[in-house]
Write a protein that binds this ligand. Sequence first.
Ligand code: PHE
Ligand code: FE
Length: 282
Amino acid sequence: MLEQPRRLESVQTERGSIPVYATGTVEQPWAQYTATDHTVWQQLYARQQALLVGRACDAFLAAQEKLRMPADHIPHFSDLNQILTAATGWQIVAVEGLLPELDFFTHLANRRFPVSWWIRRPDQIDYLEEPDLFHDLFGHVPLLMEPLFADYLQAYGQGGIKAHGLGPDALMQLARLYWYTVEFGLIRQADGLRIYGAGIVSSKGESIYSLESAAPNRLGFDLERVMRTRYRIDSFQQTYFVIDSFEQLISTTLADFAPLYARLAGQDPIPADAVLDGDAVL
Ligand code: PHE
Ligand code: FE
């Protein structure tokens, strides 16, 4: 159905050889998944699904229903792509792991979301250092069904290509925006705070902590504040930024960031746990 990019070469993985395409993507080697892989998916899926009712935002839950990922085995990306591409023009592409920044941005700018094809081992169910299939697919893909979020992520990719040309300060500031929205964002719904960030929805511990713990700060979304705020990669977040809607997310990130990057480059970063005078603490 979808056009496959040109085949470049092959990589040897623990489980055999997989073709690599010119875009750095591979073909999802679905037949190579073991019974253990499918069981890991099934366990993670059941556990998160139970937690997310009443915690994930409505858009995420509605998108999940439309995507119909199987609960008992690892989905075929091609099945999901039929639904996803028809809805918003996005597609999932399989990758071996994290891509170089510019390649990642280029995929997003073209409405392709890279998903690691491999899944964690049973002893890594609760915590994993690099993104695997469960995080990428279960966490990130549902919101690609939401038209506003789908547009935001494409715009982010385009912004990333531009920031890449501007240098490391710009890239750092833009990376913070991704972290505090796409990965760890919260949203205010009429019936209360909800999760939309993929790093939270794919984590048992953080799904509960981000909403229910008294420890972290929950601050109203402020673009400049976000771009100055450091983040932790080795623990739950000390600060979450809360958007009012995906419209707000899109409209506050529409402007050209170049002048903003230049202005912020001269300012000190804000520690991950700080609360400042002007912050809207929720
Ligand atoms: N408006 C941003 C820019 O000019 C692009 C962007 C959009 C970045 C949405 C992030 C999210 O760089
Ligand atoms: Fe992620």
